[in-house]
Design a protein around this ligand. Structure first.
Ligand code: GRG
Length: 296
């Protein structure tokens, strides 16, 4: 399998579906829809939807049946980036290689664009009909787990803890706790929801959930490493910001080499979780290994 081609094909599929699921630019809310569309279609790796589709595939499920939920995950992720970039939070000028939403429009529009994307995501998931016999129960479970992962017991809670921790010296367990909520929860939910929508057995869903948790932490460590070592042009945002904001990071606490070693261990653990799955899980195997060499 050529990962680059796989990623490009999946990104194209997801982009096309996102175009379809976004509301048309019309009516009283036209400006906020333009802003939602601007941030959602500004690029991005589409990692969460790709993970969701790959997990559905890994358990023998149908990719097209998981597509609406995959797109909803990208909407939630994009909302979180728009709000994270606001002056009240990280105050960033650049995201996905373009001016952040509040720079392109204005703060109020950016807040509303985030709110609009979050709400649209749940509207989209509630319309899902993927044809499984107990379809409604599975879809409700998926909506619930994504709501938990995105909300105050997940990403929103992790963001709060991260903001409160700025300028403080944290230990490794505290950093891990923050990141498993802030970034890990939604990534894990992406994998778990795909596994459920694909009709995976409870055992497969449990293994894939642990894969998601390892993926989430490895993703955060490599994100921290990129902030130390990355190039702005490749990343689409400015590196060195963690240091500037006195954020506690893995390389900051462990040193670059130990942080890299930790990421490698998590990647091995994630691959181990896929042992019981066949060739259909190959994209998930390659995706997690790609974290160690990614440049954006
Ligand atoms: C504002 C509720 C709220 C939450 C914000 C995810 C998040 C929580 C903030 C993003 C801050 C940040 C840079 C975190 C590091 C890891 C991360 C989520 C990076 C961005 O995700 P990618 O690399 O981005 O998947 P693309 O643009 O490729 O989608």
């Amino acid at each position: 399998m050529e990962l680059k081609t796989y990623l490009a094909e999946r990104k194209a599929l997801i982009d096309q579906a996102l175009e379809k699921y976004l509301p048309p630019v019309q009516g009283q809310g036209a400006r906020v829809i333009v802003a939602m569309r601007y941030s959602l279609m500004a690029g991005g790796k589409r990692l969460r939807p790709i993970l969701c589709l790959a997990a559905a595939e890994a358990v023998g499920g149908n990719v097209s049946e998981a597509l609406p939920v995959a797109c909803a995950l990208e909407m939630i992720h994009t909302y979180s980036l728009i709000h994270d970039d606001l002056p009240a939070m990280d105050d960033d000028d650049l995201r996905r290689g373009q001016p952040t939403c509040h720079k392109k429009f204005d703060e109020a529009t950016a807040i509303l664009a985030g709110d609009g994307l979050l709400t649209e995501a749940f509207a989209l998931m509630s319309q899902v009909d993927h044809g499984l016999p107990d379809c409604n129960a599975v879809v409700l479970e998926v909506i619930n787990l994504i709501a938990q992962a995105a909300g105050s017991r997940g990403m929103v809670g992790g963001q709060m803890a991260d903001l409160l921790a700025e300028g403080q010296s944290l230990g490794l367990p505290q950093i891990e706790a923050i990141h498993s909520l802030k970034t890990g929860a939604l990534l894990t939910a992406a994998v778990r929801s795909g596994a459920l929508l694909g009709g995976g057995s409870p055992k497969a869903v449990a293994h894939l959930t642990r894969y998601g948790q390892c993926f989430g932490l490895a993703f955060q460590i490599t994100d921290d490493l990129l902030d130390v070592e990355g190039q702005a042009a490749e990343m689409g945002k400015s590196p060195g910001m963690d240091l500037l904001r006195q954020k506690a990071t893995y390389p900051g606490i462990l040193g670059v080499e130990t942080a890299r070693q930790q990421a490698r261990q998590l990647v091995s653990q994630a691959v181990m979780e896929l042992t019981g799955l066949g060739l259909e899980a190959e994209p998930l195997r390659e995706l997690v290994q790609y974290l160690l060499i990614r440049r954006h």
